[in-house]
Unconditional design. Structure first.
Lengths: 207, 350
């Protein structure tokens, strides 16, 4: 059984917001709702890094744990989805989620929360695959077509990785090895290269 | 004493001093690099931007709010550490302890009813009735009751429905029920504040602490035996319930407004904290209200009529609120003379 995961490589993300645009275009999410966002830490300072974040499809999802109507479910691919016909828009998933993934269109009394919307890993929802009803409520179902999420496919620097956790981990591991060896080959201090490894020039672990 | 002997002592002393200084130096010298190194903290450290980044993302040392193009609430926060705390509170504390609290209170009331039964009147009902609550007072009371129970039931369904109602109604059926409950809770929530203000203004003048209340409390209101205890229009128990309802209701209203008006852009932390207060206070007020309902209906003979018809039997008034009865009688007689109560000063109820 696969476990689908996102990983954003902070050394590659250039804060272009292409993933955000790709997501909005692919899923035609409502105005004011952003399933994905790019956050920049230390903007304009040394050590500035950006990360693209959306639902991380947790194995032990806090949203599913606190949902008063139990509308979440995990697919065989490890993707956390929810049923908008059951969701009541209480906002508890938003309080519990570490990543701020759940989004709410403003509707109903006092412009309170409508039914929750979040990243589906481009896997639609509980309705029949690629039906118009599914597209209207949940957006695209690229997984059913054998494709990966639009955000990761569109990422120009391949910072945002999406797919089976093992494959994503393999890709990232190779990158780390390449970065370390490239730095060693040039004879630079790793701290100057900013690649975040705890190994010094002689190969000794320093932290 | 010869020179030879003196020089030997001197030599021994020199050897002793040498050994001692050698020992001290052996211990102290290796420490010097540590003392020097501490002056430059960054010298021995390799700056690791990866670690720094994730420490910032996890908000380990300080609150790090990033910048983002999104305008939504807390969009700049990458990882919300507070979420897990709130999840633990709601699922591991509020749900089980709340159920336990309500269960324990209901059990105590049932046990009390079975063991002691309802409180009876001291004398036979006289048939003569006196007015206890005016139409306005009764309207305010039942208005509050209606909104309180609408909110309490919809709130309890939202809190416990997943465990109790989903097995009965199914996920889809409960989804519709819960959706209706959420809308009703959000719509009528602000109305509760109106009821609360009316309730306060109507009943506050008789719910101020008066002499005799402490005695009533010390005697347990006569519920634990020892007969009826002297009281004014409201006894100390009723006064405590009044203030629990008012203060609890105020907390519920304020936290509820924070939760329902999510459009104002308050942070998740504020909303989570509001939910914590809202949940605890709601379950406490609901539990105490069980006691109020019991004493107003089955618990005390002849009480329910005061809130339905507005009238109570004179015997009931004499039994439970003797000082109030005396005041009403004094007012009926058209005199300001208040009947003396031995050992107790009468309160200024008109």
């Amino acid at each position: 059984m696969a476990a689908m995961k996102f990983y954003c490589d902070a050394e590659r993300c250039i804060e272009c917001n292409g993933c955000v645009t790709a997501c909005k275009n692919e899923n035609e999410v409502p105005w004011g709702v952003n399933r994905r966002r790019v956050v920049t830490i230390k903007d304009g300072e040394p050590g500035e890094r950006s990360l693209s974040v959306a639902c991380m499809h947790c194995s032990d999802a806090p949203c599913a744990a606190v949902c008063p109507v139990d509308c979440f479910y995990t697919t065989d691919d490890g993707i956390v989805l929810h049923d908008k016909d059951i969701c009541i828009g209480c906002g508890y998933c938003f309080y519990a989620c570490p990543f701020g993934a759940p989004q709410f269109p403003k509707e109903g009394a006092f412009a309170s929360r409508g039914k929750m919307d979040k990243c589906t890993f481009c896997a639609g929802g509980p309705l029949p695959d690629n039906s118009s009803e599914e597209y209207r409520k949940y957006g695209a179902n690229r997984i059913a077509e054998g494709k990966l999420p639009a955000c990761a496919e569109m990422c120009a620097t391949k910072a945002l990785l999406a797919g089976d956790a093992d494959m994503v981990a393999d890709i990232y591991r190779k990158r780390m090895v390449n970065r370390a060896s490239a730095a060693l080959g040039k004879g630079f201090q790793l701290r100057e290269q900013n690649i975040g490894s705890g190994v010094d020039l002689k190969g000794k672990v320093t932290n | 004493m010869s020179d030879k002997k003196q020089s030997r002592i001197r030599r021994h002393r020199k050897v002793a001093y040498s050994l001692l200084s050698l020992l001290v130096l052996t211990l102290v010298l290796p420490l010097i690099p540590y003392a020097v190194a501490e002056k430059d903290e960054t010298a021995g450290k390799v700056f690791n931007p990866g670690t720094e980044l994730w420490r910032d993302v996890r908000q380990r040392d300080r609150d790090v709010i990033g910048t983002t193009q999104m305008k939504s609430v807390d969009a700049g926060v990458l990882i919300n550490e507070y979420g897990e705390t709130w999840r633990h509170f709601r699922m591991q504390q509020l749900v089980p302890y709340g159920a336990a609290l309500m269960g324990i209170v209901l059990s105590i009331i049932l046990l009390f009813y079975l063991l002691r039964g309802p409180l009876r009147l001291q004398e036979e009902p006289s048939g003569k009735k006196i007015e206890r609550f005016t139409v306005f007072e009764r309207t305010v009371h039942w208005f509050t009751v209606a909104i309180f129970w609408l909110l309490a039931l919809t709130g309890l369904i939202l809190l416990y429905g997943r465990f109790v109602l989903i097995p009965i109604l199914g996920a889809d059926g409960f989804g519709i029920t819960a959706s209706a409950c959420k809308e009703a809770h959000n719509l009528f929530g602000p109305t509760f504040l109106v009821a609360l203000v009316l309730l306060f203004l109507t009943f506050v003048k008789d719910n101020i602490y008066a002499r005799g209340d402490m005695l009533w409390l010390l005697k347990g209101g006569g519920m634990l035996g020892g007969g009826h205890v002297s009281a004014g229009r409201f006894n100390a128990g009723e006064k405590i319930w009044f203030w629990i309802a008012i203060i609890g209701g105020l907390v519920l209203s304020v936290t509820g407004l924070i939760l329902v008006f999510s459009i104002l852009g308050q942070s998740r932390e504020i909303m989570g904290l509001s939910h914590v207060l809202h949940g605890i206070v709601a379950l406490v007020v609901i539990s105490v209200s069980f006691g109020h309902i019991y004493l107003g209906t089955a618990g005390v003979e002849g009480t329910l009529g005061s809130m339905t018809t507005g009238y109570v039997d004179e015997a009931w008034a004499k039994s439970h609120h003797d000082r109030w009865y005396a005041e009403v009688k004094a007012a009926e007689d058209g005199s300001d003379k208040i009947v003396d109560e031995p050992g107790l000063a009468t309160e200024g109820k008109s």
